[in-house]
Write a new protein. Structure first.
Length: 304
């Protein structure tokens, strides 16, 4: 009896102390979670601060940009928005938006038509010299755009296409963006070749296989191409600066420069406001399509 009582008494403290260990682990995990969220919030604030500063600065008068380094304006005003709405150089602001939208839309259409075809050719068709041509295409990624500026300008000027949208749009329909072709080639090469063989048994040619089999399967990559093509074209400054000379043909990036070049003094209030207004379409476009971009990355990661 004494031995039994002693063993029961010895085991009771052990049973009482056992639940204390998980509490320490849960507490440690809770502190790690809090620290992680605090770090993410701090990084988010750092990333979003320029956007917040840009938005708040649209309400600053032009005179406060040199005298008020703070975030909050001393005398908030809507004059900058009214000035931007009126346009500049005799051209209304909606015309700049329309030009940017036309260039971005045509860039998306051109790349969606040409890049998948080139990717299908490199990824599915076995022709002589395919490796050499594909390597040469990848090599163009190492070639800066500034190297080909002069020969391209001479060529388009000889054709009388300067001060039109053609120099900015025509290359997009010729699969000149090696990055998008390379991205699509990786998707095409991961498709099982048995799909092509089954389609050929049914009498399908390359065009039918490309349209009915390959394109539906590379939809995530096409959405990625759409997002980047639209954003890159919308933000393009150098191309329109070279080929467009008439203010009525200017897109938004070139129109923003007018607020600093029209007089000897720069209108910082209008420049900041026009920059924020030009940023809104890109922000909305990315928010709408980011779900498809994430789905495309997730789908690519599950393949193999």
């Amino acid at each position: 009896m004494t031995t039994t009582a002693t063993s029961v008494q010895d085991t009771q403290p052990a049973r009482a102390k056992a639940p204390a260990q998980p509490r320490k682990k849960m507490t440690r995990k809770r502190w790690q979670t809090v620290a992680w969220f605090a770090l993410m919030i701090a990084l988010t604030c750092v990333v979003l601060y320029p956007l917040v500063w840009l938005f708040v600065s649209t309400f600053k008068p032009n005179s406060e940009f040199g005298s008020n380094p703070g975030l909050i304006p001393n005398s908030p005003t809507l004059a900058n928005y009214l000035k931007v709405t009126e346009g500049i150089g005799g051209v209304p602001m909606w015309r700049f938006f329309l030009n940017s939208f036309i260039l971005a839309s045509l860039a998306v259409i051109g790349k969606l038509l040409s890049a998948p075809m080139a990717a299908y050719a490199f990824g599915r068709i076995k022709f002589k010299g395919v490796g050499i041509f594909f390597t040469a295409m990848i090599g163009t990624l190492l070639l800066p755009f500034h190297v080909v500026i002069i020969p391209q300008y001479i060529m388009f000027n000889a054709m009388g296409l300067v001060d039109t949208f053609w120099p900015l749009v025509l290359p997009k329909f010729l699969a000149t963006e090696a990055f998008f072709v390379f991205l699509l080639v990786q998707f095409v090469r991961q498709m099982p070749p048995e799909l092509d063989e089954a389609a050929r048994i049914d009498g399908a040619n390359h065009l039918r296989i490309y349209w009915s089999v390959i394109l539906p399967l590379v939809r995530p990559a096409l959405i990625t191409v759409t997002i980047f093509a639209f954003i890159w074209s919308w933000n393009d400054f150098l191309g329109p600066l070279l080929y467009l000379t008439s203010p009525e043909n200017y897109p938004l990036p070139i129109a923003l420069r007018l607020y600093n070049d029209q007089t000897s003094s720069s209108d910082y209030g209008a420049t900041v406001t026009a920059s924020f207004v030009a940023l809104l379409p890109i922000l909305i476009f990315f928010i709408v399509f980011q779900r498809f971009l994430v789905d495309g990355v997730a789908t690519q990661g599950l393949k193999g």
